[in-house]
Write a protein that binds this ligand. Structure first.
Ligand code: SF4
Length: 259
């Protein structure tokens, strides 16, 4: 299978793209593609505290979910339909962190189930990941911001203990940050997604890679070399390679021929 054929595995046709402006997109249509694609790991300082006091830690993900589903701590609580905590396998070694629930997620109670989520799944499946068992998906904030606006710093910081506890309890080897909000929440405030996507960072003993949010890819359909979609394909191949490296030679996910 050629590179071009494999990239087409995570295409969504233009007719499938919502006509309205997609929420939670990073950058803009005019944003230049990132030029820096270094694969070395970097250490970075956290934007805010990355630890939850032991007294406030959850015993399990079920306990976390129960508390989060009744949470009223930030201004997003009154307007939500459902608290959107997680989907995927709690034993997965790859954790994907998005920005916030959108309309479909708010209605279903599951993260990344709209067009962006479908594309995210296609991207991962294009290199042989099994969505049902290889990844765990969540968001920076668990409740939908009104009109899909970007969560405020107060909202992301208030919700961050839930996210940190999800990371602690899932214990992923790789964390993928989709888009600017999750990038800011986990790594640092002043990093631009277009500058740092595709790079590995060391964070709290884990490997972290920022990647473009799939909604940004939906708005940028080009598959030309250097385009956001092409860059993301390079990223997902690097993620697959690192995953296999971390899991050991005996752990193979999917079909190597497709990879
Ligand atoms: S977004 Fe997070 S902190 Fe805010 S109400 Fe929902 S669960 Fe609570």
């Amino acid at each position: 299978m050629t590179d071009k054929e494999q990239m087409s595995l995570f295409d969504i046709t233009p007719s499938e793209i919502p006509l309205v402006e997609l929420p939670h997109a990073e950058g803009s249509a005019e944003a230049p593609p990132a030029k820096k694609t270094a694969r070395s790991s970097k250490n970075i300082s956290p934007a805010i505290s990355n630890t939850v006091p032991v007294s406030e830690q959850f015993a399990s993900l079920d306990a976390l979910r129960e508390v989060a589903c009744n949470c009223q701590k930030c201004p997003l609580a009154p307007t939500r339909t459902n608290v959107v905590v997680e989907r995927g396998d709690r034993n997965a070694k790859i954790m994907i962190i998005g920005e916030a629930p959108g309309e479909q997620e708010d209605l279903s109670g599951l993260p990344f189930v709209g067009k962006s989520g479908q594309l995210l799944d296609k991207i991962l499946e294009s290199v042989g990941f099994d969505i049902a068992k290889d990844v765990y998906v969540c968001n920076t904030v668990k409740c939908r911001p009104p009109n899909n606006r970007v969560p405020t710093p107060v909202e992301t910081n208030t919700c961050k203990p839930y996210l940190l506890e999800q990371i602690r309890l899932i214990d992923p080897k790789i964390i993928l940050l989709t888009g600017a909000t999750s990038l800011k929440s986990i790594l640092a405030e002043k990093l631009a997604i277009t500058k740092v996507r595709g790079q590995w960072y060391e964070w709290e003993g884990r490997l972290v890679m920022p990647i473009f949010h799939p909604s940004y890819l939906l708005r940028n359909q080009s598959r030309e070399q250097g385009s956001p979609k092409w860059l993301t394909w390079q990223d997902v191949k690097a993620i697959k390679a690192k995953y296999l490296e971390l899991m050991g030679a005996d752990s193979v996910v999917g079909d190597d021929e497709e990879f």
